[in-house]
Design a protein around this ligand. Sequence first.
Ligand code: B12
Length: 265
Amino acid sequence: MYTDADVALVRRMDQLARGGMALSRAAKLSLDEFAGGSIAAQADVPYAPLLAALLEFDEERALAAWQAVAKGRDIVALLDRIVSPLMIAVGEGWHRGEVSVAQEHFASEFVRSRLEAIGQQVCPSPASKAVVVACLPGEDHDLAPLMLATVLRLTGLRSIFLGRNVPIDDLAYAVEDTGAGIVALHATTGEAGALLTDCAKRLNNTRTRPAIVYGGQYFDENAAQQNENEEQHGPRSVFYGGNSLGTAIHIIQQLAERIRPRGMS
Ligand code: B12
């Protein structure tokens, strides 16, 4: 027996998939949209106490709620299943005008501070392989790539997080300075995603000629763009890293295993 809500959910998923979106993405997005029907309706989700504390600017309660949802969860599950939906709820609330700019900033900065605290628990050795993680130019959605950079550090890679809106030349200089063999690039918006090709060309002209792993909502939703990227750059240097943190980490780890550590010829 299906409820009206179930039927509406399946309709929305079908609509997104018919619009050309990959089925897995359509399922994720429609679930997110329905979970986030209204910020006030989010009482039964596992991150509800954290969301409520953040919207009330109550840091102490938010910290306790974070610890409660983190307990017993591995980091990837915590980020993929709790923190991502939380950010979607807050961001969608902001897009709908239900969450103020101040509440969104407070929630985003809280999540950022937790991720930084997790990342600082380990200090990768200078000899470990470097991965530069950055947003393409014009891209301001930086929490997903920060999550990626944080988990990469925990796996022993020396992730170097450059954050939002990184100009292509500055990215190339950072790659040369760090000797990174892998660059992970994020785009949520179409404007930023369209710059992947220019960015790949520029990185191909650096000394290290790093492998590029790209991801983020724009690429998740544009399979045609993914194929074009592979065709233009060849399958050996530019890779779509998948639509979950787990897949992205797996692909980057596999690439890292193939790269020689710095200083070895
Ligand atoms: C939170 C949010 C914000 C926050 C951003 C906080 C921050 N510092 O990151 C705020 C409120 C500031 C914001 C601002 C804007 N936003 Co906004 N935002 C969102 C929201 C709600 C969630 C995005 C998010 O954090 N998702 C959580 C992450 C973890 O999940 P993910 O991005 O899907 O990433 C997954 C995979 O793609 C993969 N992955 C991610 N990155 C990478 C990288 C690599 C290398 C790999 C391999 C994998 C990978 O792993 C993740 C895990 O599941 C989305 C709507 C939605 N339903 O998603 C809109 C959304 C993305 N925003 C949108 C827009 C338009 C904007 C603004 C332009 C609005 C405005 N008018 O100013 C601005 C500025 C954006 C800019 N210039 O870049 C649109 C984008 C439309 C489009 N395609 O262009 C969306 C879809 C909203 C909408 N329904 O229209 N936003």
